[in-house]
Design a protein around this ligand. Structure first.
Ligand SMILES: Nc1ncnc2c1ncn2[C@@H]1O[C@H](COP(=O)(O)OP(=O)(O)OP(=O)(O)O)[C@@H](O)[C@H]1O
Length: 341
């Protein structure tokens, strides 16, 4: 039934009307849009293919994965097609936006534990499913946890996902710089061959801290310093371990994820049984708490963009432009592969 409905989404940009911008990634812009023939509101991610480092076939494969995936907690794409120099990915519109957006506009100090448990239990269900299907998400973070108006939670963004069963070129291409430094597991930074789904568990632990504080640990530092600190230091645990705001079960759950040796981290299935998730409520709790009374997504996005533009102007020396940053990161990684860290 749903399969038949899915097939109807048209494959031409003429059949969609783009409304306001609701999000932005490194190489993509996300719009709220109307699918004209179906009269359905959707989200469309427009990827500028000229700005993408990945090859077009690689991106197509990722989107194909997104279309085939079938789980209530994973954001599935309706369809995708190319339009001039861009790739359009048509998805269900998640009107609450991302947890990161919600925190930035309404909860800068972080979310309360029951909300965190409720959100993260849904994310873990998505990871259990993805891992059982052989996928590693590789970019678990609050910016990729999307919420619908009714409080339903979906893990989004397969921009950098990988298949654990890939071989050859695809396996090699996994050892390139992907993901986002603050959330990235040490073994991913170190480009260790054959890293696996346990990298998602590390990012999950970092995401738990991000939701609790309103920002990821180390996020106040420039990205270069984040790479160095995660490679050189113990896991970023010291602050939260002493923080009285968090329960023992929250701290234990995070500590289990942030073990440097991936083999010693729990699987997503095991983590789902952790007693911290006993605090989780049903998703309408999220609608009643964090979504209640917040402005529409497009408005929030516009306000945040203006704020961030100001911040970047004021901190230009620290962050520089994105290309400069990427070249610095790659320099550190090649230094690292020579065994300096
Ligand atoms: N289906 C959707 N419905 C509503 N908002 C969305 C949807 N998909 C993405 N967004 C919004 O757009 C933002 C950017 O999404 P996108 O996946 O391009 O980038 P990202 O994962 O945040 O960044 P990057 O690509 O740099 O990792 C999200 O954080 C979210 O706020």
């Amino acid at each position: 039934m749903e399969q038949a409905y899915r097939k109807k989404f048209p494959l031409s940009s003429k059949d969609y009307k783009l409304y306001e911008e609701v999000g932005e990634g490194v190489s993509a812009t996300v719009y709220r849009a109307l699918c004209i023939p179906l009269n359905v509101i959707v989200a469309i991610k427009v990827l500028d293919l000229e700005k993408c480092n990945n090859d077009l076939d690689g991106i197509r494969r990722e989107v194909q994965t997104m279309i085939l995936i079938e789980h209530p907690n994973v954001l599935r794409a309706h369809c995708s097609f190319t339009a001039e120099h861009s790739l359009w990915v048509v998805m269900p519109y998640m009107a609450g936006g991302s947890c990161l957006g919600i925190m930035k506009s309404d909860h800068p100090e972080g979310l309360e534990e029951t909300v965190i448990a409720t959100l993260l239990r849904e994310v873990l269900k998505a990871l259990v499913y993805l891992h059982s299907q052989g996928h590693i998400h590789r970019d678990v973070k609050a910016g990729n946890i999307l919420i619908d108006t009714n409080g339903a939670v979906k893990l989004a963004d397969f921009g950098v996902s990988a298949c654990m069963f890939d071989t050859g070129d695809r396996q090699r291409s996994r050892n390139t710089f992907v993901g986002t430094p603050c959330w990235m597991a040490p073994e991913v930074m170190q480009q260790l061959h054959g890293y696996d789904f346990k990298a998602d568990i590390w990012s999950f632990g970092i995401t738990a801290l991000e939701l609790a504080h309103g920002h990821a640990p180390f996020s106040k530092y420039p990205p270069m310093k984040v790479l160095l600190m995660t490679l050189q230091n113990a896991p970023p645990g010291l602050d939260y371990e002493r923080d009285k705001r968090f329960s023992k079960s929250f701290k234990e759950m995070v500590a289990a994820c942030l073990v440097k040796d991936p083999k010693k981290r729990p699987s997503s299935e095991k983590l789902l049984k952790h007693h911290f998730f006993k605090h989780a409520k049903s998703y309408d709790y999220l609608a009643k708490t964090i979504l209640n009374g917040i402005p529409p997504l497009g408005e929030r996005f516009k306000m945040l963009k203006a704020k961030e533009a100001d911040f970047l102007v004021q901190n230009k020396d620290m962050y520089g432009d994105k290309e400069h940053l990427l070249s610095q990161v790659n320099a550190i990684l090649s230094f690292n592969s020579l065994g300096f860290y």
